[in-house]
Design a protein around this ligand. Structure first.
Ligand SMILES: *[C@@H]1O[C@H](CO)[C@@H](O)[C@H](O)[C@H]1NC(C)=O
Ligand SMILES: *[C@@H]1O[C@H](CO)[C@@H](O)[C@H](O)[C@H]1NC(C)=O
Ligand SMILES: *[C@@H]1O[C@H](CO)[C@@H](O)[C@H](O)[C@H]1NC(C)=O
Length: 387
């Protein structure tokens, strides 16, 4: 059943990914509000900043400020979302639920990075993403080596500070380790990094369904590349629309949507708000390159955390910034054991923390109903220990 559904949606994605459709796609204003409007709705400001990387990518960084509370000194926070996510992933639920608002309300100056290739960072100084194939020649490696350093330097320059707090979810955390391993001079610019379910070292076996999905990546990506497709799951594609219809409350197919999601991210926890799913699909996914998929294959299947198309591994021993690792016991992708192995290689792992909720899974780190009480308050108390 899963397989049929999956093949159906991949087929439709293939059709709708063709560049001619990409150009025709209109701005999907009916699907979602932009980050400025979302922030305003909840009593916050969102500033958009453009950051140019050393290799010419133009990234949009969203800075979230409370309308009431002035940011403290020494309190710059950089957030990096996970796979196929963007800043809005953390902005549409509201002030007592979303990480940036919770932090801003506690006096932090919050900057959310949109890694290259997603909806907000589909721009380059010389390359056109709709025409130039080489725009899409990047993996998680480039997120770590170019995007994050550029964003950290930019925020430090604007705020006149000398270090930031860092948060990364899943591959956002992986990009952090890549930055600090490949450009160790960035370690001193980090007060504390919180790695939420980091997708870096994955030693544990995955479920057979996830294995099956992942095993499709290399042949599928080859096929797509051969057919001139280099961008995967851009916003406004067919899949979110289909998802919105199939996954809404009252749809008989909602159970199927949910079991598909939980088959990948882990056990179903009651921290997931199914009513929110159609809205969430207006903000997720937001697009990336085929090589990011290939990089995931390396991490999860080959179990090698190194640059794509190489045989080397990242030297995690060069990560000397303080890092707190977080996991959920219902996460089907990242386990406690993975965090333990990772922490032994990092030079300054300050703790491995289990989210205190049964069956907390991979997307609960993004969207759990009680995220503030279960996770964000704890993150803030950890930050206070590292000035
Ligand atoms: C893609 O990037 C890699 C490394 O940055 C480079 O070696 C390679 O030649 C590039 N390939 C294309 C097709 O631009
Ligand atoms: C820092 O910001 C100033 C403007 O505020 C700009 O002129 C300068 O180029 C920036 N420096 C870097 C390294 O980004
Ligand atoms: C679940 O999501 C819906 C729609 O966004 C919202 O109205 C409701 O308050 C949410 N429930 C909880 C428990 O957060």
């Amino acid at each position: 059943m899963y397989k049929i559904f999956f093949i159906l949606f991949i087929t439709s994605e293939v059709i709708f990914c063709f560049p001619k459709f990409v150009q025709k796609r209109t701005n999907d204003a009916n699907l979602n509000s932009g980050p400025e409007e979302l922030a305003q709705r909840f009593g916050f400001y969102c500033e958009s900043h453009e950051v140019i990387t050393d290799d010419g990518y133009v990234l949009t960084v969203h800075r979230i400020k409370s309308a009431k509370i002035k940011p403290k000194q020494n309190a710059v926070v950089v957030l990096v979302p996970g796979f196929l996510a963007a800043s809005e992933t953390w902005l549409f639920r509201g002030p007592d639920k979303d990480l940036p608002y919770v932090f801003a309300n506690n006096g932090y100056d919050v900057w959310i990075c949109n890694p290259r290739g997603n909806y907000f960072s589909r721009k380059h100084t010389t390359l056109n993403p709709d025409v130039d194939v080489s725009f899409w020649n990047f993996s998680i490696h480039e997120h770590g080596v170019y995007d994050l350093p550029a964003v950290v330097d930019y925020t430090l320059n604007v705020t006149k500070e000398d270090s930031v707090y860092f948060f990364g979810h899943s591959i956002g955390a992986a990009a952090f380790f890549i930055m600090c391993a490949e450009k160790p001079q960035y370690n001193v610019k980090i007060k504390l990094a919180n790695a939420l379910a980091p997708a870096a070292i994955v030693s544990q076996p995955l479920t057979s369904f996830t294995q099956f999905l992942l095993s499709l990546i290399p042949p599928l990506m080859k096929f797509l590349k051969f057919n001139g497709i280099h961008e995967m799951f851009p916003r406004g594609g067919f899949y979110p629309l289909l998802g919105q219809v199939l996954c809404q409350d009252g749809a008989i197919t909602q159970a199927l949507c949910l079991s598909l999601i939980f088959a990948v991210v882990g056990t179903s926890s009651d921290q997931f708000n199914r009513t929110m799913l159609p809205e969430a699909l207006g903000y997720y996914p937001t697009g990336t390159s085929i090589d990011v998929f290939n990089h995931l294959y390396d991490i999860f299947v080959t179990k090698r955390f190194g640059p794509l198309y190489a045989s080397t591994e990242y030297t995690l021993e060069l990560v000397t910034a303080p890092v707190a690792l977080h996991y959920g016991d219902g996460d089907g992708l990242i386990s406690k054991e993975d965090n333990e192995i990772l922490s032994k290689r990092l030079r300054n792992a300050v703790g491995i923390f289990k989210v205190p909720y049964r069956n907390f899974n991979h997307i609960d780190f993004m969207w759990s109903i009680d995220s503030k009480i279960l996770l964000y308050d704890h993150l803030i108390s950890l930050m206070k220990l590292y000035k």
